[in-house]
Design a binder for this molecule. Sequence first.
Ligand SMILES: [Zn+2]
Ligand SMILES: [Zn+2]
Length: 229
Amino acid sequence: MKLVTRAALGWPPSAADHASPSRGLAIHYDGSDQGLARKPHSACLAYWRKTRAFHMGPSRGWSDLGYSWGACPHGYILEGRGLGRYQAAQGTTAGNRDWYSVTLMSGPNEDPTPEQIDAVRQLRAWLMSKGLGAAVRGHRDFFGTSCPGDRLYRLVKTGTFSRSPKEADDDVSAKDVWTYEIPVPFGTKENPEWQAKSLLLNSNERIRNLERQVGELTALVRELVERKS
Ligand SMILES: [Zn+2]
Ligand SMILES: [Zn+2]
């Protein structure tokens, strides 16, 4: 997971009250299109700072950014309140206490990028490894609101965010597999592990030898049988 921490943003630990969200993850959006997918990642960081300032300013007056996490179009997870805090995003006491929140930082007419969807899946898998429940909801499941927009809500309903993230080692090459060293019972002290490629070539050579020997034996047996008759 490509995590941008509060420390990296220069923020102190969240002043929000402690909580232990255990039910699942709630998906949010921004009320207006942000166009972050077309902008450099620095625009996401600026958006995240601006959102925190807005949430802590006179119009909201919250102790911190309302969300615990943000997922940007470039595949980064931006830390908001972070682990173990009440949310200010879900609009109900139980929702804010029992569910983590993540916003996709996009508006009603924007689709998430594949990297962004995978970032949400990675975040969810990471939170589940810390004991979070598997459920995924949209903000509107808690509270009468347009959030997270029809596009994201459809993805919530079809289970898009509930799937497993892509394997982190997707970039293993075919060559990496063939040159992978496997411990072999017939290995020597100097060479206890053989590359998969060597094992395959060695097995093939042995099979060819066996074929040749069986051929020779068959010919010999035939010759003996013919001599007898
Ligand atoms: Zn929301
Ligand atoms: Zn970004």
